[in-house]
Design a binder for this molecule. Structure first.
Ligand SMILES: NC(=O)c1ccc[n+]([C@@H]2O[C@H](COP(=O)([O-])OP(=O)(O)OC[C@H]3O[C@@H](n4cnc5c(N)ncnc54)[C@H](OP(=O)(O)O)[C@@H]3O)[C@@H](O)[C@H]2O)c1
Length: 403
């Protein structure tokens, strides 16, 4: 093509790097003086990609009541099959004098149209500036990896700013300041989406579940003041304010804080996580490698539906970038009884274990003893009760997958 195109209409993917690639090729093919019209400019991912081209290629924003238009160069039309959008595009182009109103409808000119931006990818929308609580923690690390890979700026709020950084300095690190609201607001300023993984697995070093709820409140209030648009909050399956388990009660109250806030929100409720440095599956594997027997509580028939931590990260990133308020369970494809899970993990590490059925109280005692030996908390009594009550298995389909 020697002359290039005089206009392009992009109604494509909302994934930042896809938008970026679309724009890169449009920059090549649209002639100076032409138009590039972008659908869904309100998505931060689209706006961020466009900002790059404004700064680095000199594209100028055009004012339009219908939709924002950007003016590089020459064109043909890059089309859409949506008649409303075609009419809007026609109106914009007519006002620009590029296309005479009443001339052949765009749909009739399809043979001239080139679709530069097919809807590639999963339709994920990703904000440009995303702050993550606990980006160096377990779930936070996977969320952050996905955000960085998509080209986004990430800051983390953490209690351990000097922890080894797996992202080679690409993440800005700020310490939590739950008891200093102005500092918390300052640290949240600039974020479009906040991914919140903050929680405590069990009360420790002065942080009770009540305190964790209060800290969540301080975080969310600061996010409101800082002008954060949306929060993607990691919760757990089956939180309930009436739960006999403090963990699940606390998670329900934390959700209430998020839902009651002025922020648009996505709540992602994972079951028990696996992948990389998870607690439960790693502990089962560790024990299966070392011991010829494995103690399970009661009948071992309680159900678990583990979910891969990177799947949760994908769901969280997608949910964080959507617009609607939503609550989704993040569950894996398979449901096991706990005993089946132990056998599967043991098999995976090349071991056969004899299962011993023991009373729950004895199991918690055994886990405590082992924990003291290995200087870790292997299993809390709330975790065991949650497992035995089937709280980390839900019946629903996997989000984003066929049921
Ligand atoms: N792990 C699972 O199997 C699982 C299952 C279902 C739901 N979840 C939920 O997923 C979210 C992330 O869990 P995760 O396992 O990935 O957690 P994590 O990495 O251990 O911690 C996430 C965040 O909480 C902070 N945190 C943890 N313990 C703390 C303590 N005692 N005092 C102060 N801050 C503390 C961490 O602070 P630092 O940045 O300072 O480390 C980090 O910011 C949580 O909301 C959890 O309830 C986890």
């Amino acid at each position: 093509m020697t002359d290039g195109f005089s206009a392009a209409f992009v109604d494509g993917s909302h994934i930042f790097h896809n938008v970026f690639v679309d724009l890169f090729f449009l920059w090549e093919v649209v002639r100076p003086g032409g138009l590039v019209i972008l659908d869904d400019y309100q998505w931060p991912s689209v706006a961020t990609a466009v900002r790059y081209f404004e700064i680095n290629t000199g594209w100028q924003p055009e004012q339009s009541t219908e939709r924002p238009a950007y003016g590089p160069t020459d064109c043909r039309i890059l089309g859409s099959s949506d008649p409303t959008k075609l009419r809007e595009l026609q109106a914009v182009l007519a006002r620009r004098g590029t296309l005479t109103a009443g001339s052949a409808p765009l749909a009739a000119r399809r043979e001239q149209l080139v679709r530069v931006a097919p809807n590639a990818g999963s339709g994920t929308v990703i904000a440009g500036r995303t702050w993550v609580t606990g980006a160096f923690g377990y779930t936070g690390r996977f969320i952050t990896r996905r955000l960085l890979d998509a080209g986004h700026e990430v800051r983390t709020l953490t209690g351990h700013p000097s922890r080894p950084d797996p992202f080679d300095g690409k993440v800005d690190v700020v310490r939590y300041a739950f008891d200093d609201p102005p500092a918390m607001v300052a640290s949240l300023q600039g974020a479009e989406v906040l991914y919140n993984t903050y929680w405590v697995r069990f009360p420790r070093r002065g942080t009770s579940f009540d305190q964790a709820v209060a800290n969540t409140g301080a975080l969310i209030r600061a996010a409101e003041v800082a002008g954060v648009r949306r929060v993607a909050h990691i919760s757990i399956t089956n939180p309930s304010k009436d739960s006999p388990l403090a963990y699940f009660r606390g998670k329900a109250r934390a959700e209430e804080v998020v839902v009651g806030s002025a922020l648009s929100h996505a709540i992602v409720r994972p079951t028990v996580l696996f992948g990389g440095g998870d607690v439960l599956i790693n502990n089962i594997a560790w024990l299966a490698r070392r011991l010829p027997f494995f103690a399970v509580a009661g009948t071992g028939e309680h159900r678990v539906r583990p979910v891969c931590v990177d799947d949760v990260a994908r769901l969280a990133v997608d949910a964080g970038c959507s617009e609607e308020d939503l609550v989704i369970d993040a569950v894996g494809p398979e449901v096991f009884t706990f005993e089946e899970l132990v056998r599967v993990v043991a098999m995976a590490v090349g071991r056969r274990v004899h299962i011993l059925h023991v009373p729950p109280g004895l199991l918690v005692g055994l886990a405590k003893g082992l924990g003291l030996m290995v200087r870790d908390v292997m299993l809390t009594s709330d975790e065991l009760r949650g497992l035995m009550a089937g709280l980390v298995a839900t019946e629903g389909p996997r989000p984003g997958r066929p049921s």
